[in-house]
Design a protein around this ligand. Sequence first.
Ligand code: PMP
Length: 350
Amino acid sequence: MSRFLDKKYSSLDAYVPGEQPQGKNYIKLNTNESPYPPPPSVAESAAKAAASLQLYSDPECRELRRLLADELDVGVENIILSNGSDEVLNFAFMAFGGGGAAFADVTYGFYPVFANLHHCPSRIIPLRADFTLSPDDYINKGSLIVIANPNAPTGLVISLDEIEYIVKSNPGAVVLIDEAYIDFGGDSAIPLIKKYDNLLVVRTFSKSRSLAGARLGYAIAQSGLIEDLNKIKYSTNPYNVNSMTLAAGYAALKEKDYYARANKNIIAVRDETVKRLRDSGFEVLPSNANFIFTKYPGFDGKMLYTSLKEAGILVRHFPGPRTGDYIRVSIGREDQMDIFVNTAISIVTK
Ligand code: PMP
């Protein structure tokens, strides 16, 4: 740290992203990317856009918003696009978290970082012992309530009824549902948008659309909340989504069959992986995402992570009293998961 950093940031604990190794060829199961590349039309579309990089991208992202609005059955005024969903999450904490931001103790690690960055008082709400969420714990807990559904790193979901209960019980707060993993399980809250002016749904193209490297996310809400988020966007980075990414996202939305097949495959490989691990004595939380959260009774999670890494398999370990026993494993291709399962079993039974 230099002596120039503003004091208000000196105690900030920055988010630590998952490892992105550039050299060694790992079986990479650590940051919940899709194991499948986007279809060729997506790269072609991005390359075409690259020919006009002398021009700024459309700050309103009109074409992509229109296509997305049609797909989601909402209006264009109900959508804001962002540079990865992390960016729109950041905007939301900035815009709505001043009166306190509430989120679970075991959830996406960026939420507490955004809360600290924007000086939103954090209300950390413990999940139950089995990592399920109790909706009654989320009433009157500040100006912003943030729930990942499915949750990360657990993969557990809450029902649409539970979401509606939380939204309805908090008319004075924005309820943000982070649906980064919704295409792998659970019910989307988007149909509730028309009914509630305090509901904000955040999504990403990073996982189920194989576009993590393109950085494309979005939020859906009634137009008032979207206007607020746009106020923050136009006060920070008006051209927040670059033109190659806009083109890639547009082409991706046209490839429904490809992604339906890819995601169906990921779900099938996930379910098979869970079964094989359980048959071998691992405990695995019921996952609705493209990752699993698992532990082997009596075996240290950090040690399992390290041994897998030595064997060329990269997974994620979250230190801490509630998560330290576990590893989170993204769902890769069938052949990769076969190697992972065999290696994990041999490590814990050695
Ligand atoms: N929400 C959750 C729950 C996540 O796990 C992630 C991925 N790290 C994100 C949001 C952000 O993803 P991206 O910025 O790539 O859209």
